[in-house]
Write a protein that binds this ligand. Structure first.
Ligand code: AMP
Ligand code: MN
Ligand code: MN
Length: 328
């Protein structure tokens, strides 16, 4: 039985257990939650003897900081992803649009399964295993593995920990159970310090002058969001030089610490000249929350209550005006 509104773990496991071939798709400009989830699932399927491919539409290469995750031998380039497959699984993708050019593969799947934790998830699969209370997609996947009887060994734990440590902001945004999951993963003997350092704490020297330029021109709009404030920074291609996505994605985590603003944004110019925007809102439980997934949704994106994003081809000034209007 498929139910587009939601699927039980049992239904998903029945489909995965009977699968004769599987494609696992991660979101464009992948982070460690989508890649960690994708590789962990693919490793489990490979061990069960199921032909499996993992891919993401763009950019052309896996972020360097994720290159040591187990299972990368199962990654294929987008053009190598078979057109037709028995089962297609998307991980950490709130909408079909997050698959980029690979969204076309949904039509060639016997059954599509969506495994995710985004509040804005559009339930675009035949089976949708979505828990928007989960701290990361790897946490949703771990519960699936437990019901499947999968033993979480060191290789799987590496992949799962990568998603957990990054999506929780190094265990800042956690809930009861998060640390129990971390403990289970650590107990396999993974080198958590090495994983965290590679994913979160390693940048080339050129990162420092880039930060200096970008943060030096950050803007505080105190009257925005009904006086609660917006702070934003702009990263143009000319600021980026040869730096990696890891350096670009790090900027929002500095900008969002601004005390005077409850909402932070970073406008990132893409190679095609469009703008990819990261939005964050304060998660202080004593404040009435601003749901940036709703704001992003109004501008064509999506995400979570405190972390969301969107992509736009509008000129920057228009986009900033649209954001200010949407924030109220
Ligand atoms: P980021 O700022 O890229 O770290 O993204 C924050 C959150 O917003 C993540 O959960 C993303 O999945 C989501 N997100 C980012 N960009 C987009 C987009 N263009 N469309 C929908 N959701 C997005
Ligand atoms: Mn993600
Ligand atoms: Mn995630």
């Amino acid at each position: 039985m498929s139910d587009r509104a939601g699927a039980s773990t049992t239904e998903v496991l029945e489909t995965l257990s009977a699968a004769t071939s599987v494609t696992v798709l991660c979101h464009v400009h992948p982070d460690a939650d989508t890649i960690g989830s994708g590789l962990a699932l693919a490793l489990v399927l490979e061990r069960r003897g199921v032909p499996v491919q993992v891919s993401f539409a763009e950019p052309g290469a896996l972020p360097e900081s994720m290159s040591t995750l187990p299972g990368t031998h199962l990654l294929v380039t987008p053009d190598q992803v078979r057109e037709e497959v028995d089962v297609l699984v998307t991980v950490d993708c709130g909408s079909a649009g997050r698959l980029g050019g690979l969204a076309s593969r949904l039509a060639g799947a016997g059954t599509s399964i969506v495994i995710d934790h985004h509040r804005s998830n559009t339930r675009y699969g035949d089976l949708n295993l979505v828990d928007d209370a989960a701290e990361a997609t790897v946490a949703v996947l771990t519960r699936l593995f437990d019901e499947w009887g999968v033993e979480i060994d060191r290789e799987l734990a590496y992949c799962l920990y990568a998603g957990l440590v990054t999506d929780t902001g190094s265990f800042r945004w956690v809930r009861p159970g998060t640390h129990l999951l971390a403990e289970r993963l650590l107990d396999t003997g993974i080198d958590s310090a090495d994983i965290a350092r590679r994913l979160l704490d390693t940048h080339p020297f050129g990162w420092l002058p880039m930060l200096s330029a970008v943060l030096g021109s950050a803007t505080l709009v105190q009257e925005a969001v009904g006086g609660r404030g917006l702070v934003y920074a702009v990263i143009r291609r000319s600021d980026v030089g040869g730096l990696r996505s890891e350096e670009i994605e790090s900027v929002i985590d500095i900008v969002r610490t601004t005390a005077e603003a409850d909402v932070a944004a970073v406008f990132k110019e893409t190679v095609s000249g469009a703008w990819s925007v990261s939005l964050r809102s304060k998660t202080d439980p004593s404040l009435p929350g601003i749901d940036v997934s709703v704001v992003a949704g109004q501008l064509g994106g999506g995400g979570h209550r405190a972390a969301a994003g969107l992509t736009s081809t509008k000129p920057l000034d228009d986009l900033i005006a649209d954001l200010l209007a949407a924030l109220g």
